[in-house]
Design a binder for this molecule. Sequence first.
Ligand code: ZN
Length: 329
Amino acid sequence: MNKETATAPFGALHHVTAFAADPARNLDFYGRVLGLRLVKLTVNFDDPGTYHLYYGDEVGSPGTIMTFFPVPGLPRGFRGAGQATQTGFSVPPASMAFWRNRLAMVGVPHGDAGPRFGAEVIALEDPDGLGIELVADGKAASRPGFAQGDVPAEHAIRGFFGMTLQVHDASRTAAVLVNLLGYAPGVEQNGRLRFAALREDDAPGAVVDLVETPDADRGEDGAGTVHHIAFRAPDVAAQEALRRRIAAAGHRVTPILDRQYFRSIYFREPNGVLFEVASDPPGFAVDEPAEAIGERLMLPAWLEPQRRQIERALPSLEGRSAFETQRVA
Ligand code: ZN
């Protein structure tokens, strides 16, 4: 192992970005039902009429960040090959009964998708049909969740467990994960190829599962589908070094782009899933106090002059809850 890979662990998720159709309903589900913190309230920088909502743990740590572009009235997408089809969150094994009970109490249909690699898995969908899994994770309890939310701290989601990608040819995605992104070779069980990040910390989101479906229809973007998944780079220097290796491996990769809360590069892996590599710094406290993140609409400097028009045009985030989201202990 060379010095670069020894000191710069890439593997593990940074964030996941998906589409939704109703911002108020999205906030109700992720903020209240799942108990995540809204860690940044902003707009799509390329389309300031659309929110960009970021959820996470208390500070929005890398590996806990789920983001949405909620576009009112956006038609549903189709989950299929070439997509991240399930987003897995970690919960402590002792909290699985709590979550089954909570989902039943608030009226969210759910079922068991496990045991998988020996762990219990609760499967559910968000209000747009996005595939969500709550995975019993022995490492979850060692990480903080969001303690001030609607879910008691001991049961709170502790960031991502990992993602499931549906692909036509697993070997081609496997090569990207292992050769470029810092994952150990896959381990197969029940038709599922599991890749674990080669990192020594207990970072959330360290797992990628590939499910190979050679004949499946390709997925289509729309509400209820994941747009891209982002892996971590410890800093911009490491990101630039990785960018050169991705390009040298024959992938079309973007320049480093400033996303305000991290720097990003994007490339499409060979089965069509859009991959991003995002830098850990600077994080969500770069433009507002850490204790107040997510409370007011934040705009990048170049959009500030249009703040009044933007605020007037954005839909309300207040809405009647679709769920009985009183605190269920
Ligand atoms: Zn992203």
